[in-house]
Design a protein around this ligand. Structure first.
Ligand code: PLP
Length: 480
């Protein structure tokens, strides 16, 4: 493909994408395919000779689209949203064209510098404490990780390194392996599985803290666990709080947990993967009160802030904590400016070496929506969730299972888990809308998350009518 053809095909691709998104509602949300469907539709070997672009693009509709779950269909209500907007898509295209690998300042200065400034912009939108803002002389600052899972792991590894050094400062002969075997991390019993996984990867114990009736962690529960564990010779070192849990969007009480962690010298990381975007709205900011006690904070603009995957924003209060844990300087990566104290080399802040120019997406989105446009998006989706909640509450056969605070409604039929499982199966087999379940207090619950940017009230109403029809048939089939 030469540049002339690229110009032509690029314009065609933009049209294809615009048509796809404009007409996405006509596509079935979930595919009908069986596992392994694709293998038989394409050759078993890569082509020896070049093929034409026309042939490839034809295969997009023939091979790929039948196996796509359309996350941006307004009838998609599963998981949490995957953010998407036109400015972010265009920025991603530019990122692909520049194609730099920004592991150090020198490897592409704009890639590093825009990221630091965008994370400052975003931090200020959230009213993060000054400690987290890099500015030109700050001790803290932000970084874009690929996912919230990576941010949780990076924070845990940095905390582990800090804890080992702290113990060895007073007991220099104590072997690292002995200390590591006693380290213990904590998180809510409602935390995302990626937190438990961070413990597994980091080779440390991870204990789950029982939550209260609102599915939130309270300081007194953590305090009791810390006392017991310290008495047993363990070394508590890390607590991952959740703001906006995956099952029900519950919030840990960080303003009471933070001071406890600070007193106990435990690293507090905050995982606000989904809900964090809402903190740009003054009416939701209070959930973040207590962030001043945290060592690190993370949320995913790629979930709810109109920035396409991947873009997970993470801030640390002390950049030396994170750099100190991961720093490696082989000769081929060194550059003249690295000792000047003026540059950031983001490779020290993350697990991989390579990194894309992801901050372009933030820059385009922030400038084209403005803070008010982003707030309007969040508020609209919360309003839609409240509309759905009212529909559920108006039907006495159903119950709402957790307070609806943001864009997620947890609901179920009053009755057995079996009944609710049968309803969800029917919903997902119909393929017209898509939902996933969760467990709350041992009960099988349906989650209805407002996901697509283009979801409107009419979609919610239609989805509810559809659920009502299927409820009717499931209640005829099953005893309740
Ligand atoms: N934490 C929470 C609270 C989540 O809800 C999710 C995903 O939904 C994650 C972490 C994992 O996010 P990621 O895919 O960015 O790792």
């Amino acid at each position: 493909m030469d540049v002339a053809e690229f110009r032509r095909r690029g314009k065609e691709m933009v049209d294809y994408v615009a048509d796809y998104l404009e007409n996405i509602e006509q596509r079935q949300v979930c595919p009908d395919v069986e596992p392994g469907y694709l293998r038989s539709m394409i050759p078993t070997e890569a082509p020896l000779e070049p093929e034409t672009y026309e042939d490839i693009i034809k295969d997009v509709e023939r091979v790929i689209m039948p196996g796509i779950t359309h996350w941006h269909n307004p009838y998609f209500y599963a998981y949490f949203p995957a953010a998407s907007s036109f400015p972010a898509m265009l920025a991603d295209m530019l990122c692909g064209a520049i194609g730099c690998i920004g592991f150090s300042w020198a490897s592409s200065p704009a890639c590093t510098e825009l990221e630091t400034v965008m994370l400052d912009w975003l931090g200020k939108m959230l009213h993060l404490p000054e400690d987290f803002i890099a500015g030109s002389h700050g001790q803290g600052g932000g970084v874009i990780q690929g996912t919230a899972s990576e941010a949780t792991l990076v924070a845990l590894l940095a905390a582990r390194c800090k804890a080992i050094r702290l113990v060895q400062a007073s007991d220099p002969k104590r072997p690292e392996a002995d200390i590591t075997s006693k380290l213990v991390a904590y998180t809510s019993d409602q935390a995302h599985s990626s937190v438990e996984r961070a413990g597994l990867i980091g080779g440390v114990m991870m204990k789950k803290i029982p939550t209260d009736d609102s599915y939130s962690v309270r300081a007194e529960t953590l305090k009791k666990m810390l006392q017991e564990d310290k008495a047993a010779g363990l070394i508590p070192f890390y607590f991952c709080a959740t703001l906006g849990t995956t099952p029900s969007c519950a919030f840990d009480h960080i303003s009471e947990l933070g001071p406890l962690c600070n007193t106990e010298k435990i690293w507090m990381h905050i995982d606000a993967a989904y809900a964090g975007s809402a903190f740009i709205c003054p009416e939701f900011r209070h959930f973040l009160n207590g962030v001043e006690f945290a060592d690190s904070f993370n949320f995913n603009p790629h979930k709810w802030l109109l920035v396409n995957f991947d873009c997970s924003a993470m801030w640390v209060k002390k950049r030396t904590d994170i750099i100190g844990a991961f720093k490696m300087d082989p000769l081929y990566l060194t550059h003249d400016n690295q000792e000047s104290g003026l540059v950031t080399d983001y490779r020290h802040w993350q697990i991989p070496l390579g990194r894309r120019f992801r901050s372009l997406k933030l820059w385009f989105v922030f400038r084209m929506y403005g803070l008010t446009g982003l707030q309007a998006h969040i508020r609209k989706q919360v309003r839609l969730a409240k509309e759905f909640e009212s529909l559920v509450r108006a039907d006495k056969r159903f119950e709402v299972c957790a307070e609806v605070i943001m864009g997620l409604v947890c609901f179920r039929l009053k009755g057995s888990n079996e009944l609710n499982e049968a309803l969800l199966k029917k919903i997902n087999r119909s393929r017209r809308i898509h939902l996933v379940p969760c467990q709350l207090s041992g009960r099988f619950v349906l989650r209805f998350a407002i996901c697509a940017r283009t979801t409107e009230l009419r979609h919610i109403q239609k989805a509810w009518q559809h659920i009502m029809q299927l409820t009717h048939s499931v209640m005829e089939e099953l005893p309740h």
